[in-house]
Design a protein around this ligand. Structure first.
Ligand SMILES: Cc1cc2nc3c(=O)[nH]c(=O)nc-3n(C[C@H](O)[C@H](O)[C@H](O)COP(=O)(O)OP(=O)(O)OC[C@H]3O[C@@H](n4cnc5c(N)ncnc54)[C@H](O)[C@@H]3O)c2cc1C
Length: 473
């Protein structure tokens, strides 16, 4: 069921204003792409955004997160710099980083707005609600817009665990605007947002701990990546508490006192919940018009992003298919192609490369070893673990890992997993041959670029092991 808020307002008596071909609710990654393309294909388009254009990715996600990740990595570079002959006197100023990040986001938001306006989209700054299957109400303006098609692209929001004192903690939304860095922080969660923020805080000098309720962080990723990242994060000074779950948070003199389900209590300067996100289906009037949501309160859609009501579509995080910006953008573009350009286009969600901008970085495309076992495949695993060249002049203990999984009979590369510097950049490129269905032989006949880390991908000569019926042989 879609979440229904008690305050859900349906502006039944509001004046009906303009007729559009498409109304997009939400000006984030998916909504902006769908609105712009549809308008360029000749549709009359309105887009309603209640907060800032650009949505989560630009304002509270990918972009500020990556800027913070850059900031957090200078310290380790300074460490190496000395062995390259440099003397660096370093100090860090958090307000400068936040102010510069805010200026960049303002620039991006303005760029999003002009891209929409240039494409002919009418932008409304308001909270939108479905009044019926072809009408949207604007809460603040008190008007209604109608259209042949309505696209829900409202994204998602962070969720907090239902424990006493949960309100004392911050979420990723708040982390981007902290007035000052705490001396210490407990990041609760084991997904990519938790890993990234733990690395960011740690790199910026905050004493950082992670509390995760399972036995290993990054569920769903290849186990070697999960192990490798855990080890590297611990070596960098992050305290990772596994099988750990906070039970109660209380305010303490110097921060927040955390009692855990198991293990001793501790006090931290701040606590951040990175415990997952939920789709924004609340207060949209979805149920009233018959839009069906699934068990995760996400809008249920078919391969054309059409909901159970044929005039209502949904793309991006609100559908919980894969909560990533490029996926939302593809879904928005495919919707526009299908509905306003006459080219039926469905998004292929099978191979989605992903990265974690932790320290070190993680990049991953295709099947993990565990996935391949689950699919009853027979495959070979190629591994390379080495010290990256940049660290060789210093005593910095840093490791890079490349893992390639190839199907035994066809040789098709099923997965590539990288841990180390530039892993995200490397995997973006590896995703092309993997998506094309390249074989290990294709990788082997590719000339290496030397000296690089990623030449390992084309020089992996012998499998570390073969997996037959789930067993390593
Ligand atoms: C901390 C963090 C880091 C991330 N890092 C990455 C990353 O590195 N790479 C990556 O690919 N993805 C990343 N993501 C995920 C990415 O941000 C989302 O997948 C993407 O933004 C989803 O786009 P969307 O269009 O579905 O929704 P959003 O971008 O969330 O946009 C939805 C918009 O709808 C508006 N809205 C909601 N309800 C209404 C309403 N009723 N009326 C009007 N407007 C409304 C909201 O204000 C919002 O602007 C990250 C997310 C987070 C939280």
């Amino acid at each position: 069921l879609c979440e229904v808020a008690a305050s859900s307002s349906r502006p039944d008596n509001a004046a009906l204003s303009t007729q559009y071909d498409l109304i997009v609710i939400g000006g984030g990654s998916g909504g902006v792409r769908a609105a712009r393309l549809s308008s360029l294909y000749g549709a009359r388009v309105a887009l309603v955004e209640e907060s800032r254009l650009g949505g989560t990715c630009v304002n509270r996600g990918c972009v500020p997160k990556k800027l913070f990740a850059f900031a957090s990595r200078f310290d380790s570079l300074f460490e190496i710099a000395a062995d390259y002959g440099w003397t660096v006197e370093a100090s860090f100023d958090w307000p400068t980083l936040v102010a510069n990040k805010d200026a960049e986001i303002a620039r991006l938001e303005a760029a999003y707005e002009s891209a929409l306006l240039d494409a002919g989209v009418e932008v409304f700054r308001d909270h939108a609600t479905l009044a019926d299957r072809d009408t949207v109400g604007l809460r603040d303006a008190g008007t209604r817009l109608s259209a042949g098609r309505i696209l829900i692209a409202t994204g998602g929001h962070p969720v907090r665990p239902d424990i006493e004192g949960a309100d004392l903690a911050i979420t990723s939304d708040d982390a981007f605007g902290l007035a000052a860095l705490p001396a210490s922080i407990l990041v609760v969660g084991g997904g990519y947002v938790a890993a990234e923020f733990a690395s960011i805080f740690n790199g910026l000098g905050v004493k950082t701990s992670i509390s995760y309720r399972r036995d290993r962080i990054l569920r769903g990723f290849d186990n070697d990546l999960r192990e490798g990242l855990s080890e590297a994060m611990r070596a960098a000074g992050i305290d990772i508490l596994v099988n750990s779950q906070p039970r109660r948070l209380t305010r303490a003199n110097e921060g927040i006192h955390v009692e855990f389900e198991h293990g001793p209590a501790a006090t931290y300067g701040a606590v951040m919940f990175a415990t997952g996100r939920a789709p924004n289906t609340r207060d949209l009037g979805l149920e009233a018009v018959g839009v069906v949501c699934n068990a995760r309160a996400a809008v249920e859609v078919d391969e054309w992003s059409r909901s159970s009501v044929d005039s209502v579509f949904a793309v991006g995080d609100v559908t919980a298919r894969s909560a990533l910006t490029p996926v939302a953008i593809r879904e928005g573009a495919a919707f526009a192609e299908t509905e306003f350009n006459g080219v039926a286009t469905a998004v292929d969600h099978r191979i989605i490369p992903t990265a974690i901008f932790s320290e070190p970085e993680v990049g991953s495309v295709g099947l993990s070893e565990e996935d391949a076992v689950m699919h009853h495949l027979e495959f070979e695993v190629y591994m390379a673990r080495f010290r990256p060249m940049i660290a060789t002049l210093s005593d910095r203990q840093e490791r890079t890992m490349f893992k390639l999984i190839a199907q035994a009979d066809s040789g098709r590369v099923l997965g590539v997993h990288v841990l180390g510097r530039d892993a995200a950049e490397i995997v973006q490129l590896a995703a092309i041959p993997v998506t094309m269905g390249a074989t290990k032989a294709d990788f082997d006949r590719t000339m290496a670029v030397h000296p690089t880390a990623s030449e390992e991908l084309v020089t992996l000569s012998k499998p570390a092991y073969r997996v037959v019926q789930g067993e390593r042989v």
